[in-house]
Design a protein around this ligand. Structure first.
Ligand SMILES: [Ca+2]
Length: 146
């Protein structure tokens, strides 16, 4: 099994390790090795390098951002709120921080879901300002799954 497929529990340890032991905000090969050894792995230099290469564009180490981007692709690490925030960002085509009727329409067409927009807006736009803000969006996501 390639190292980068180690289980989520290993990654959880890895995550806390990053917080406390990264050096200047970067996990270099030494820090990475220590983390993996602590997690019960015995990586070769090549594996360490492959792992850094996989996660980071910078061959000398893994930044927090790269690290988080990577581990967040494991669903175990995603909390619901992060999922919503990401979905919201994707739906927010115009990027103005609220979902307009057009944003919703576009996204629904894009992912091939037919919805009654009027009905949707009616039920989701609880403050009736014509847009779906983040709170309204979260409330909707908790009720339904697109
Ligand atoms: Ca609203």
């Amino acid at each position: 099994m390639p190292l980068y497929q180690c289980n989520p529990a290993t990654y959880a340890g890895f995550l806390s390790y990053f917080n406390t032991n990264s050096h200047n905000g970067v996990l270099g090969s030494n820090e990475l090795r220590a983390a993996l050894v602590r997690a019960g792995a015995n990586p070769s230099n090549q594996e360490i390098q492959q792992m850094i290469g996989l996660i980071s564009v910078d061959p000398t180490g893994i930044s927090w951002q790269c690290f988080i981007d990577y581990v967040s692709s494991y669903t175990k690490f995603r909390d619901q709120e992060a999922e919503y925030a990401e979905a919201f960002r994707i739906y927010d085509i115009s990027g103005n921080g609220v979902l307009t009727r057009d944003d919703i329409k576009y996204c629904m067409e894009k992912i091939g879901i037919r919805v009654d927009l009027d009905q949707l807006m009616d039920s989701v736009d609880t403050n009736h300002d014509g847009n779906i803000d983040y709170d309204e969006f979260c409330a909707m996501m908790k009720k339904t799954v697109f």
